[in-house]
Structures are given as structure tokens and as C-alpha cells.
Design a protein around this ligand. Sequence first.
Ligand code: NCD
Ligand code: ZN
Length: 434
Amino acid sequence: MSVLIKGVRLYGEGEAVDVLVDDGQIADIGAGLAAPDDAEVIEAAGQVLLPGFVDLHTHLREPGREDTETIESGSAAAALGGYTAVFAMANTSPVADTSVVTDHVWHRGQQVGLVDVHPVGAVTVGLRGEQLTEMALMAGSAGQVRMFSDDGKCVYDPLVMRRALEYATGLGVLIAQHAEEPRLTVDAVAHEGPTAARLGLAGWPRVAEESIVARDALLARDAGARVHICHASTAGTVELLKWAKQQGISVTAEVTPHHLLLDDSRLASYDGVNRVTPPLREASDAAALRQALADGVIDCVATDHAPHAEHEKCVEFAQARPGMLGLQTALSVVVETMVKPGLLSWRGVAAVMSENPARIVGLPDQGRPLEVGEPANLTVVDPDTSWTVAGGELASKSANTPFEAMVLPATVTATLLRGTITALDGKPVRTDTR
Ligand code: NCD
Ligand code: ZN
């Protein structure tokens, strides 16, 4: 089956063209292309064509908490958000610390077929931070694990982290660190600062993140390894990343949409929906993160999509589980915070949401140029629309979006995975339900 996407501007640049997709690839690009008989036509006049998005940080909750998300529901949210590949974090139940679990995640994702769900393997057994997992077995099995992370927990022990970096280097895989020195965040629920003090919430200081970022950059330097920093959240982390990159250390970092847009002034309502790890920081941190993303100091956007049930979120703030939905709102938040103020062009969006994450984790068929012969992993965006976020209407099985009732710019109108439409006009398209 072929697809003809009509009237799009590649990376939002130049004249509008038609893009013919056939046999999983971009087959032709030009003005006024004729649609083959079997072609599905997507009318996309005035819209922007981008390479499909890649999310390095997604929590899909399967196995173990299928009441809050499944690989199926999360894949639908991903496709609707413009994603063609996501990395499903290892903090499931059981933990993804063996190939039994990581292979299940991979196979189930392929069965659903809406997005490539790449399993993330745990760095340590049970995420306990003590004993390294069999990374080589997970890397070598069907799910081909390329990224390892204890996300949700920090690999706090410097010796364990050092060994993990050494093994990962040998295997050619990525270690992604949830940077949180646990001794500095005991009982912490909010960013340590004037807001938390006023509200009487226990504080999570910036140094809990920054001390681990600095330590891991130095460990990576000495091991000749690379390290990826999950959900960078402070201005100080930005300075450390800048320093480390200037030294030639192989450190990369992601920022979440919620840390780009929101700050701790949201906490005044005591609404548990705003609890997240790392916490929403101050407006000055958010501004530094936006600038760092524009400058390339932070490499990419990752959602940290973290579904939670209503009974885990609609409770006293300190009891609420940390985490926020992100897959279906990410692009719009990036447009709001980065494109509208002129910090990023659409080409820049392609870099931070597709090309850079694909490169960081080494996915050969994602984040590719929009050229004939390239794999057709594509996202079509209408830049001139806006929509009102409603958690209950998202494809996720949970509704914990911090952007509830916000009007956000730009909509994903179509997503294609290897030439097959996976989302169209706000609805996921399952191949087996066509
Ligand atoms: C994540 C979760 O719910 O699994 N929560 C969060 O607040 N970000 C874990 C994590 O990414 O740290
Ligand atoms: Zn985390």
C-alpha cells in the first residue's frame, strides 16, 4: 500500500510538495505527484512534515500496572503524539532486569504495531542499586536492549555506576541516569525553595540532581564512556552539561516538556497532578532549560510520560505519586515554549524530537533525512491549529496531565511507521483493524 501526503512543507521550509510513500520508504518528492490507484491520500496543505519523533523516556507500566497504562494504550498515545519509536522504562513490576521482561515488551509492541517500543533494561537487579544486571544477555536477545536505566531510582553508588559505564562501553549501549542523590531527597516532594517553604512541603534541592550530574560526567570521562542524563531540571545542571561538553566528555541530556513550560508556582493549589520527579523548579530554571535546548547544551526532548491512577494522584500532595502524562502533549508544548518564542525552527524541532534522540541511542532507521529512499517514519503537523487539553480524552489509560484545560498550539495530524499510517486526524490506526 502506498500513501500520498499532499501539500506539505518539509521541515516547515520552502515550497509545498507532495510526498509519495511506498514499500515503507519515501518513494518520491515533488510538486503535483499523481496518486497511484491503491494510494491513501492525506490532504495536508499548509502542514509541516517532520521525521517521526523518538522518545527516550516513556513509562508504559506493562507488566504490572496495566490498570494505568498498557503497551497498547501507550502505543496509541505515542502514535497520536507523532512518535514512531519510544523507549519503555524498566521500572515495571516485575522490573525489566532480565530478557524475559525486555523481550515481552519488545514483542508486545511489535504486535500492537503502532510504534516501535524499545525496552529499556535495568542497570541493577530490582533497581536496588547494588548488583548489575546481565546487560549483555538483554542486549543480545530479541528486544536488543540499547539503553539501560534504573529510572525512578538513581544508580547512587559511584562504584556501581562506574562498573555500569565500563560494561556499557564494551557493549556499545547507553546508560541513562536518573540523577538524584537519595540522601538529599529523603521525604522530599517539591523543589526546595521559597514556594515549598511557604506551602510547608519538604524540599528536593537542586544539588541532589547536580551532584550526580557532575559525578557521572567525571566517571564517564575517566571510563571513556558516555552517559545520558534523564530529565534535566535545573539551571545548575545546564552549567555542568556545558562544562562537561566543553571538556569533550560524552554526556547527553534530555529535558521534559513539563520542565520547559511549568514551574513551582503551580504548586499553590496542592494538586497532586503537579507532583513529579524531578520536581517543577523555578521560572529561572525553566528559562535556562529552554535556552539550553535551543543552544544544543541539552540534546533532546523526552516526555517522561508517567501514567498514574486517579487514586494515586487525587490525594494529599505529599502522598501523590510523582509523574505526569506527556506523549500526546509533547509536540504542542515544544511549539509553545520553543517555536513560538523563536528559540527553535521546525528544523530544530526535528533535531530535538527525532534526529538527536535517534542518534543518542543508535537507532539506524529513525531520525533520518526527509529524502527519497529513506525509511518512511514520518509525522505531519498542522502548525496553525490549537486544541484544549482534556486528560479524559487522551488515549492513555490514565488522565494525569498537568496541562488540563490549557489551550496549546499545533496538532499532529498523521503519523507513519515504515510507511503505514499509525495515527490520522486524532485517531490511532491499527493495521489489524483497518
Ligand atoms: C516516574 C514514574 O512514575 O515511573 N515518575 C516521575 O515522577 N518522573 C519515574 C521517573 O521518571 O523518575
Ligand atoms: Zn526519572
